[in-house]
Structures are given as C-alpha cells and as structure tokens.
Design a protein around this ligand. Sequence first.
Ligand code: SF4
Length: 432
Amino acid sequence: MTEFSVRIKALGCRTNLYEADAIASAFTRAGCRITEGNDWDAAVLVSCSVTAEADRKSRQIVRRFRRASPEGLVVATGCWAQGISYDEAKALGVDLLVGNRRKDEVVPLVMETLRGGVPHGVMETVATSSRWESLFLDRPSLTTRAFLKVQDGCDHFCSYCIIPFLRGKPVSRPLDDLEREVRSVVESGCPEIVLTGVHLGLYGREGGPGLADLLRAVGAIDGVKRIRFGSLEPFSVGDDLLDAMAEIESFCPHLHLPLQSGDDRVLNAMGRGHTADEYLSLLDRIKSAMGEDVHISTDILVGFPGEDDLAFANTLSVLELGGIGRIHSFPYSPRKGTKAASLPDRPPKSIAEERCKTVIEKGRELLDRYVSRWVGKEELLLIEEVSEGRVSGYTPHFIRLSALGCGKVDGIVRCRIADMVDGELRGEVISP
Ligand code: SF4
C-alpha cells in the first residue's frame, strides 16, 4: 500500500541527478509514491551551489515548495543545503536539512517525521568525513541512460570552485556495490551507463581499484551496451585509463574534459594544474589511443580575474587547435570563501557576457565542423524516441541523430547519414 507521496527535484550536475534518482528508488522501496505534481506529503530538493545563480534557484525552489503546501514536509539536501545554517533553512521554510554524505538518511528521516516524529536534520563536516553514503538506484528515471555515482568529494581546490568545501574529501564507491547497481539498472532495461563523480579521476586514490579497473569491471557486465564517463578532469587521465578506454568495446568515444581557459596565466591563477600545451598533448594521446574521431567536449569559464583580451584569444585558439566539439561556457561568478573571490582585475560583467556569447558562437561553429565528418557515412544509433516514422537518440560519439525508419526504444540500429543541421545528424535506418 502506498504510504506517502513524495516529490523530488534535482538541480545541477549529473551526480545530483543520480542522487535524486537513488533517493526516489529508496522512497519507492519504502512503499511511497513519487509524484511530479503538488499532491505531496514531502518534497525533497537535491540542491546545487556551483554558482551564485544555482544558490538563487535552490532558494527559489524551496520557497515554491513551501507556498505549494504550507503543511507539507520540505527537505533540502545537496551542496547548497550543506552550505547554509539551520536558521537560514528554517527562515526559508525548510523542515529537514540533510547534509552531503548523509543523503541515505533522507528516507528514514522523512518517514519518521511523517509518522509523527519531530523533524531533525543531520549535517556533518564533510571536510573530514570518509563516509560513502549508501544510495542505490533500482531503475533510472530515463529509460535509456543511467547516471551512476562512483566517486564523491574533491580536494583539488581550483581557486574559483566552492565544491570541495561542500562535497568534502574524496571518497570512492566500493566496486562490488557499483557492480550490483549496474546489474539492477541493466535488468530494468537500461542499456547505457554513465559513470559520474565530483572528481571522477580521483576514483580509487585512497587505495583499492582505480578508474581503469572500474571501467574494465563494468565493461564485463552482461547487458551493458554503452558506457560513458561524466566530466573527467584533464589532469587525471593516465596511460592505464587510456588503455582501458581504448580496449573496452562498449566504452563510447566521447570525453568531456573541462578546459576552463586556454591561457597559461589564467590556468595558473585558477589552480587547474595543467598548461594549455599539456591539455593539447593529452588530446593527442587520447586520439592516438581512441582514434582521430573521438569527440572531445569541454567547459569554458570566461571573465575570470586577470583574463584580458590576449588571454581570451588564447582560449579560442586552444579550442580551435584541439578540434573540440561541444562547448559549454559560463561567466565566472565569485564564490565566498574561495581563493579567486579576492583576486584583482576581474573583467567587467558586460565583457564577460560578451565573451560568453563569443564562446557559444565558436562552439556552434566547431560542433558543426566536428559533426559534419559523419555525413555520407554510417553510424549506430541507440534509440531514445520513436515518433512519426522517425527514430532519434545519440550516436556513440554523443551526437544527436534523427533517422527515418523504425525501431524500438532501447534498441540499436545502423543508420546512413545524409545531412547535418545545427550540430545534429539526419539520416535513415538501414539495418536493425
Ligand atoms: S577539480 Fe576543480 S573544478 Fe572540479 S570539483 Fe575539484 S575544485 Fe571544483
């Protein structure tokens, strides 16, 4: 029997999406119903704090929950929740504040409170915690792709980034626990696994199996048709990992490697731990291991303190030289408590916005150039949607493809590519 209705909302990164999905799985196991409407007994926000804008959105969603149901139980967890005080949470209408590393306690705390207990949140200092929160996803909310968290925390402390303060020190998921989850997700019918983490490249640094071992283990599980990585920091890609990515057939030839800036002076001020040339050499190593067609996507942070016209031009040049495909660009926003917040020479907001637009424009041009190499060739499509005589989804290189023909969601079909429009491929199904 359904005991309570619960609404769950995630903001931010893929790690948050996993956590929200896994919390939903735990509520379902506890006999609750997940709702998208306002008919909830409890609403849970898995919040984000990566930018000031993410903080604002987190506050806004909490207020919306409160307005939608003055009597309902409002729960906040995730990075923004980790950074606020109980008093601030209470003033915004949060009943339960649950810290990072404690999200596996959301369900018991909510059940206890809804059954008449007094709300009491749990927080801890993530900086010293080695706890792996034992979340477990039975089935993902997307039917074709599951984001699975294998790592949490970061101690790299890039000078602009608030995340190490909120996610705490690096911890890795036990491999056998992940293998059980992969099997469960595959049995639910999901063919594609995306391994995610706050700083994925740190997987296994505390000892035990590393990311290459983990990839080989997941690659050996029956029914996993595609494996991808979430974002991977460029300074964490070693030869063993490159070998594993090249040798595992189901590993898709697409890597998201955040560059942030292509200027050495700015990279140094950001504390990224690599130069522009080192980034480009890494791309060469990746291309020799995985083939010239590997898709490299990236993030660019514009308007960082000290970024002058020359530094910005260097960034555009590295994007061009690297043969990058998809690009995400964000204007820098100072985060209180980070080293960069006190750095001088921050470009004016108008210039940062202008540069952001320029990078987005450059991104469109580079993506078109990258994607057009498939016109006239054949590609495999994992079908995510079927509609009006067309099937659509993504190729192994993570390019969107829409093709005339039929097939079933979750199936993989071979397509001939006829055309490219706005960074997306068009074609027809030639064999099931
Ligand atoms: S590697 Fe840098 S950008 Fe990524 S989470 Fe750690 S500090 Fe933040």
